[in-house]
Design a protein around this ligand. Structure first.
Ligand code: NAD
Length: 267
């Protein structure tokens, strides 16, 4: 399968190029970087530390996406919106991991999915996908006398908060409990907050150093506490999941999918 990586010089972009180059059943067909980036004109494999790939990084995504059977995008919300549009036009499957999308950008996912399969997940790791499913199940069993708090920590460069993964877990908890996530979400506590409202889904965001990503979902009641934790120590897990998702899109009808579809976890 011909796979293109857009934003290939980023932290995740390099991992993705490396994963596509070493995985059987796929070939790196193209790679892009941000217009004006120093990496334009360089070999994508060299930038990823994998040696020559023969693929030169360009700043024009349209021909790169048109040439590919699937494109993988871990860039920025604006860029992802444009790449989704181009993939839909070109009939190219789309795998996206960018977080922090606004409502218009999220809608671009649905528009593209009218034409091509789109796998979008705030966390592409197998472990977090399972954590999401466990969270849903635990929240379904426990009533709202168990307070749900989601704690996450990431490296100091991360630009959005709470993390896309924390929100994915919060949505899974709300789903399991049968409540509206956005009504129950509490992402900011500062000053005289008063006691914790029953049923709230709270978030705590930690930032620092080089932490790849750690998430804990806490269910706390009088007398006991259940904690579900995932710790990613290498970005490789996200890249491996994304390439697995790209290979999975082959032959899938146009629709929006997530990693539970890719891993066959849907009920
Ligand atoms: P990064 O800043 O290191 O990389 C982003 C790259 O995108 C940069 O190289 C930037 O130049 C490039 N880019 C921006 N606009 C572009 C454009 N128009 N065309 C081409 N390239 C463009 O960030 P990162 O740590 O690699 O994370 C990228 C995104 O992926 C973030 O939103 C992050 O939260 C998300 N992420 C998701 C997962 C997941 O599993 N879903 C895992 C890790 C990171």
């Amino acid at each position: 399968m011909k796979i293109a990586v857009v934003g290939c010089a980023g932290r995740m972009g390099r991992m993705l190029v490396s994963e596509v180059m070493s995985r059987e059943g796929c070939v790196l067909s193209g790679a892009t970087g941000r217009p004006g980036s120093d990496f334009i004109g360089m070999d994508a494999g060299v930038v990823a530390g994998k040696g020559e790939s023969g693929v030169i990084i360009t700043d024009d995504p349209a021909p790169v996406i048109a040439e590919a059977q699937a494109v993988i995008d871990f860039t920025s919300p604006d860029a992802t919106e444009e790449h989704l549009r181009l993939a839909a036009q070109a009939g190219c499957a789309f795998v996206g991991g960018t977080t922090g999308l606004n409502e218009t950008q999220k809608n671009a996912i649905n528009l593209a999915a009218r034409h091509v399969p789109v796998v979008f997940a705030a966390n592409m790791s197998v472990g977090v996908t399972l954590l999401g499913e466990l969270t849903r199940k635990v929240a379904k069993v426990l009533g709202d006398d168990y307070d749900i708090e989601i704690v996450e920590m990431h490296h100091r460069h991360k630009v959005d908060a709470p993390s896309g993964t924390a929100l994915l877990l919060g949505h899974a908890a709300a789903d399991g409990r049968g409540v509206d996530h956005d009504e129950k979400k509490q992402a900011v506590r500062d000053g005289h907050t008063g006691p914790r409202p029953r049923g709230e889904i709270g978030y705590a965001t930690l930032r620092g150093g080089d932490v790849v990503g750690e998430h804990t979902v806490i269910f706390a009641a009088e007398g006991e506490r259940i904690e579900l934790t995932h710790k990613a120590s290498a970005r490789q897990v996200f890249a491996a999941g994304a390439v697995r998702a790209a290979l999975w899109t082959k032959g899938q009808p146009a629709a929006v999918y997530d990693m539970t579809d890719v891993l066959g976890l849907k009920d």
